[in-house]
Every structure is written in structure tokens, then in C-alpha cells.
Design a binder for this molecule. Structure first.
Ligand code: ZN
Length: 221
């Protein structure tokens, strides 16, 4: 793999994400912005079999400047969502995952995912162990492109967050470059899974250790 070629990087990452269950059934994916160009996979293709020649290349205004070699491929419905993070956050890479951990985490909370005092929070830029990590949760829509406006509002309302969850669907995660986006995605996914499993064990992922409840659910009499 050419470490510097964004087309190769996207294909290699999609294979990894497939093995993690993040992009199965053609869902999810990753987009990179390098030197004013945005690289993106087509809609509805098997992400684990993606080839460098299959990608679309767009300019920063969202216009397609290179098409895939194969005929009949359409641009991903996620394009406006990826561009939200490129434009509003100056992201260098945006990842969309259909991880079961992310999907289940959206069922535990109303409008915001919250956890605190978990070591893996430190993998998210700007977040410390004693902080509370918050990720907004959007309601899902029948068509992915219809999420774009709600996602843009959430990005503006939660300047500390590098992710937006979508109820019963998955998560969008970004970073300054693909390395940070991948790291963020792995840390967030760990935290989503941790919250789900803590709740299964009767523990409250938002409770601070040392407090009387110490992570255990409050008993009300
Ligand atoms: Zn999706």
C-alpha cells in the first residue's frame, strides 16, 4: 500500500472497518480530504472489495472532478454529511460506521450520549479522564441525505464533539487527518460498547466514581 495515496488508504481502511463490522452490507465508509480534493466511495458497493479506481474525487465545493472507471456508479448519499464535517470543522477525514455498538448506544439515551471517567476518553482530542464526554444523537430519517441539516446544526451546537450519533443507525466521526479520524472512531466505538455493557451490568456510565452511587444505579425508596 502507498501510505501517501488517499485512494489506497481509503481501500485499506474500508477492509479493516469491514472486519470490525462497521461497514457491512455496503453501509458506512470513509472520505478523505487531501490537498483540496475530497475522495469518496460510490453508493451501495461492497466496501471490503473497493478498488482505488472505484472512487469519486470532488473539489472542496462538492463538484465531481473525477469519476470511477466503472460505469453506472453513483456518489454516496453520505456526501453532504461528510462535507458538513469538512466545512464546519476543517476535518481531513470523516468516517461513517454502522457499528452495532454505536447503534445500541443511541437506544440508551434521549438526545445526548454521555460517559465519564473512562481511560479511552483520552483518545478523543480535547477530552480528559475527569471530563464528561458528550455526543449528540440525531433522529434517523428514511433517506440518509435528509440527515444533513440536522447534522450541521448538531456540529454547531456541540463544538467539543468529534462525532454525531444517529438513532438506530450508526455514527459519523471525524479528525484532522485519517489517522486521527481512525483513532477517534476506535475510541468512540469502545466508549459506546462500554456504556452498553455497563448498563447491562446495572452500572451508570454517567456516574462519577467516589460519589455515593459509585457507578451503581441509584436506588430510590
Ligand atoms: Zn448510514
Amino acid at each position: 500500500m502507498d501510505e501517501g495515496d488517499p485512494r489506497e488508504i481509503i481501500c485499506a481502511l474500508c477492509r479493516q472497518f469491514y472486519d470490525q463490522g462497521w461497514v457491512s452490507g455496503t453501509g458506512g465508509g470513509i472520505s478523505l480530504r487531501v490537498d483540496g480534493r475530497v475522495y469518496m466511495a460510490p453508493s451501495g458497493v461492497m466496501k471490503e472489495r473497493l478498488q482505488p479506481a472505484d472512487l469519486f474525487v470532488l473539489d472542496e465545493a462538492g463538484e465531481v472532478i473525477e469519476r470511477p472507471q466503472a460505469e453506472g456508479l453513483r456518489l454516496s448519499q453520505c456526501a453532504p454529511l461528510f462535507f458538513n464535517a469538512f466545512n464546519a470543522r476543517g476535518a481531513g477525514a470523516v468516517l461513517h460506521s454502522h457499528s452495532v455498538n454505536a447503534m445500541l448506544a443511541t437506544l440508551l439515551y434521549e438526545g445526548e450520549f454521555r460517559v465519564t471517567h473512562l481511560e479511552m476518553m483520552k483518545g478523543i482530542r480535547g477530552v480528559g479522564y475527569h471530563d464528561e464526554l458528550v455526543v449528540p444523537i440525531l433522529e434517523n430519517t428514511a433517506h440518509e441525505c435528509d440527515l444533513a441539516d440536522a447534522m450541521a446544526r448538531a456540529i454547531e451546537a456541540y463544538p467539543q464533539s468529534h462525532a454525531v450519533l444517529v438513532r438506530r443507525h450508526g455514527v459519523y466521526v471525524w479528525g484532522a487527518d485519517w489517522v486521527e479520524a481512525k483513532t477517534h472512531a476506535e475510541c468512540y466505538d469502545y466508549l459506546f460498547e462500554a456504556a452498553v455493557r455497563m448498563r447491562q451490568l446495572g452500572l451508570d456510565p454517567t456516574a462519577r466514581p467516589g460519589t455515593p452511587d459509585n457507578g451503581k444505579p441509584r436506588v430510590t425508596h
